[in-house]
Design a protein around this ligand. Sequence first.
Ligand code: AHR
Length: 502
Amino acid sequence: MTIQSKMIVDKDFKLAEVDPRVYGSFIEHLGRAVYGGIYDPEHPTADENGFRGDTLQAVRAAGVPIIRYPGGNFVSGYNWEDGVGPKADRKRSLELAWWTTETNQIGTNEFADWAKLAGSEVMMAVNLGTRGIDAARNLVEYCNHPSGSYWSDLRISHGYKEPHAFKTWCLGNEMDGPWQIGAKTAVEYGRLANETAKAMRWVDPSLELVACGSSGSSMSTFAEWEATVLDLSYDNVDFLSLHQYYNNHEDDTPNFLARSLDLDQFISSVAAVCDYIKAKKKSKKKIYLSLDEWNVWKTQGTSRADQLWQVAPPEFEDEYNMEDALVVGCCLITLLKHADRVKMACIAQLINVIAPIMTENGGPLWLQTTYYPYMHASLYGRGTVLHPLITSPVYDSKDFTDVPYLEAVSVYNEELGEVTVFAVNRHLTEGMEFTLDLRSFKNVSVLQHTVLEHEDIHASNTRSNPGNVLPHNRGNAAAGEGSVTALLPKASWNVIRLKVNS
Ligand code: AHR
């Protein structure tokens, strides 16, 4: 048995250009993300700076345009000055977000070096938990001011003559969360974000600034927080952040696969709040969205007693399976459907901590199931999103009604003359006969139909079995007159790349 679905795309129905920064990621001083993940001086592939070559290679292969750093909850207790200057002089600090010892062997300059090797921009975050305007503006001066001032000259004395020119900055992290060091009320944070933004921009007017939205849509202060923060900072910030993680703790796969509908609703709601404040202020300025933490997150943290004050203990090392890859795929499609509003997004995180890339200290690297949809979207989802008109059978689940079995979107890359379709078949037992109506495109041919599927929806890649779930190019997409047909296997992620002539 198969089910039928259809999508119509037209080159004239442009939704928005994809900002490549929606394929961003995140590295926090947490678990083995930094120490063990990017920095492992004893590793056979390490360079003279101690950076693992295999990790860099995997990050480069995914084309990660921007990486948020250094946190996360970590940033809310971080003294950035502890992480610059001669390594031998750097303090070991008690790190209160994750109750570990921070050696400070990697700091701002080392991360800038690493990001350059990875081919990524840095999205810096400043500490608005224990610190404020002064530390933030000094950090901007240290990183971005050319020379001739105390902090810029200090950077030069540390061996970095050229400024890092970091453009995108987060004004704190999850400041609404009671777990945050220095958590604030919306009024306290909105005022601080506004004043910090002003001072940072007075140092470097070219900055793009992201204010903290809620830590998730389930926060009791959600929406009210966004409205208050923006009311107090509207003219001085450019983006509002969203954070959202999903899991399948209830072991209900159809419901889990529908979670991207929640993300869709979350994005629309935050956009509505931004526009409410825009209307209230009679402003012409539009606030864009930065979904700067999103992913599937399954594990609970290890208990504090087990790891108290260790250096880089393993933490949140989720093993992702086939259904997790489908949820990540559905979330990526959802982001693209909001390409007119979501201009930045960071899959959280990148290496070893709830991550698509896993490493063993001193040992091998392997790629999780979730790496593949993320890499495919990043590599092929560049261009213009076309409004998708979809017809699909639907189902109801515990938390959702009318969940379409087909989740899909297409991106038109005019320069290359290519259309790429990303599609998930949510059906767990039936293949889907998919018809793509490409009425405005001529001479359509199929370049590649890549599929990620597995008989066992719980199958994953592990250190001992890293090739268990791999994409293949044996999808059967076939071009006809202005259309393409394909079988989307049950519970599969599909990338159909087409050569077109408009
Ligand atoms: O990504 C892990 C943590 O999740 C981050 O530190 C925090 O911002 C969020 O709660």
